[in-house]
Structure formats: C-alpha cells, structure tokens
Design a binder for this molecule. Structure first.
Ligand SMILES: Nc1ncnc2c1ncn2[C@@H]1O[C@H](COP(=O)(O)OP(=O)(O)OP(=O)(O)O)[C@@H](O)[C@H]1O
Ligand SMILES: [Mg+2]
Length: 265
C-alpha cells in the first residue's frame, strides 16, 4: 500500500486507582501522502489519545501503526528520533508544549539543532526564514513565547512543526484557543504549507466547519471507536452514524446547506 499512515486495531485503556477508561477500542485509520483527514468526535471520544499515540507521546496497549511503510511502535532510539522529524504534532495551546519563558528563536531552533538541520552559524537565517514562511516578522524571534499573542504562538508552533520537513503533522484542535478572526488565516496558512510541501494533516477538531473547509475526508470517533468515515461532503450531507448525526445537527448552517461553512477571518 502507498499509505503514509496506517493504524490498525489500536487500543488504549487508562487505569486510575478505581476506574479504567477504554479511550481507544480498536481504531483503524489510513492517511495518504499529502492528504488532510479530519478526526472529529465529541469531547472525551478519544481524539487526543489517538493523536498522541500516533505521535508516539503515549504508548497504546495494542494494535499496530505503520508510518512511511515502517512499524512505528517498534521504533526505538535513533530510529525513533529520526522519525520524530517526519511526524510532528501541534497542540491546541502551544504554551503547554513550550517553556513559556523560552524565546521564539529557541522554540524554532530546537528541532533544527536536534535533527542537525542547521548549524550554529546558519541558525538565525534558518529561524528567520521559517518565521517569514508562517507570516511572522523575523524580529519576533527575540520575544518570549508568553509575550506574543495566541495567533502568533500558533504560527510559531506551526513553524516549529514544519522546520524538520515532516510528511505528517497531527494538529490537535489547533484553532480552538484562537479568536474566530484569526482562525481563517491560520487555516489558509496550513493550506498554503500543504500545497508547497505536500505534508499530510491529521486534523483533530470538533468544529465541522473547519473540517468542511480543509479536509477531503473525515473520520468520526465515538467512545473510542471509529463509527463513520468517508469524503467530507458526503458524511456532512448524509451522516449515517448516530454520533455523526449529532455532530452535524449541532451546526445549524451545515445542517441546512451543503456549501462550505464560512470561516471567519
Ligand atoms: N491521562 C489520562 N488519564 C486518565 N484518563 C484519561 C487521560 N487522558 C484522557 N483520559 C480519558 O480518556 C477518554 C478520551 O480522552 P481524550 O482526551 O482522548 O478525548 P478527546 O476526544 O480528545 O476530548 P476533547 O474533545 O475534550 O479534547 C476520556 O474519557 C478521558 O477522560
Ligand atoms: Mg482532545
């Protein structure tokens, strides 16, 4: 198969002192190179768990993940580190992922240094180029990440993610913490970067308008299981599962019309 990512039968159970929570109950999904797949579902349905398992930030209990034709879950050491350059993740609130006191320069330079994509002398130029690429002023490099706006911070997170030229970026609710006026511009940026680099996105969102605007295909997760999957327009126009019907019904615009929902900004 020419799939970029192939997830089969993925399971994950969280165990707390008294309860166990089956967050993933045998999840299957595939992603082709350069594709955008939206992963949608209610709060608590398992989206973040799945995204983090794919990014190897948490270990699933069972199942298999192939990435670029290789067994992702078997990777260790050097192979795992090299893979991290190819598979990046962007979080809802980048402040949780970065040291808030770190400078923008540091946040973007880190992956370049770790993966040896730029030496000390070339670093300022490499960081500047990435900032410009995501629509930011190179002068922003000197600021601490807690001193810039949420929209700027998400652009910095995207610059950091694309720095290593990944083939896949998992985006976990990348717009949710942002003002509506900024969301459309970040979506446009993601679109441009995909057109330029051919990167694939696994876009986790509970916003069907966002899914409709950028994802060719959509997969619906409910209670840790994939309950529906198909071309975005088809699923949104005629949802089959109860979970997909609930999500569509919650968005009046999508419910009534099939044209793309307008995203602000
Ligand atoms: N570290 C954890 N320990 C215990 N339970 C967890 C942990 N992380 C998530 N869960 C539980 O696993 C289930 C799936 O959570 P997950 O965060 O993957 O959902 P989600 O779809 O991303 O939700 P949201 O839309 O609110 O972000 C939920 O029941 C959640 O409470
Ligand atoms: Mg989540």
């Amino acid at each position: 198969m020419s799939d970029l990512l192939e997830v089969r039968g993925l399971t994950k159970t969280y165990r707390r002192s008294r309860e166990t929570i089956a967050a993933l109950r045998g999840v299957d999904l595939t992603l082709a190179p350069g594709e955008t797949l939206a992963l949608v579902g209610n709060s608590g349905s398992g989206k973040t768990t799945l995204g983090r398992a794919i990014a190897r930030l948490i270990e699933p209990d069972g199942g298999a993940i192939r990435f670029e034709g290789r067994d992702l879950l078997a990777m260790r050491g050097r192979e795992l580190r090299a893979m991290r350059a190819r598979l990046q993740i962007v979080f809802q609130e980048p402040l949780e992922a970065f040291n808030p006191r770190a400078t923008v320069f540091r946040v973007i330079a880190d992956p370049l240094r770790v993966h040896r994509l730029a030496g000390r002398a070339e670093m300022p130029e490499a960081v500047s180029r990435l900032l410009v690429r995501v629509g930011l002023e190179p002068a922003l490099a000197a600021r601490a990440v807690h001193e810039i706006s949420g929209g700027q911070r998400q652009r910095v997170a995207i610059a950091r993610a694309i720095a290593t030229r990944p083939s896949l970026i998992v985006l976990d609710e990348p717009l949710s913490a942002l003002d509506v006026s900024v969301r459309g511009r970040i979506l446009a940026l993601l679109d441009d970067l995909q057109a330029e680099t051919g990167v694939a996105y696994l876009l986790i969102t509970h916003d069907l308008g966002v899914a409709n605007a950028v994802a060719g295909r959509i997969t619906v997760i409910d209670g840790g299981s994939i309950v529906e999957e198909g071309p975005t327009k088809v699923v949104l126009a005629d949802p089959q599962s109860a979970a997909a019907r609930r999500l569509v019904a919650a968005v009046p615009r999508l419910h009534r019309r099939t044209e793309p929902a307008r995203i602000g900004g």
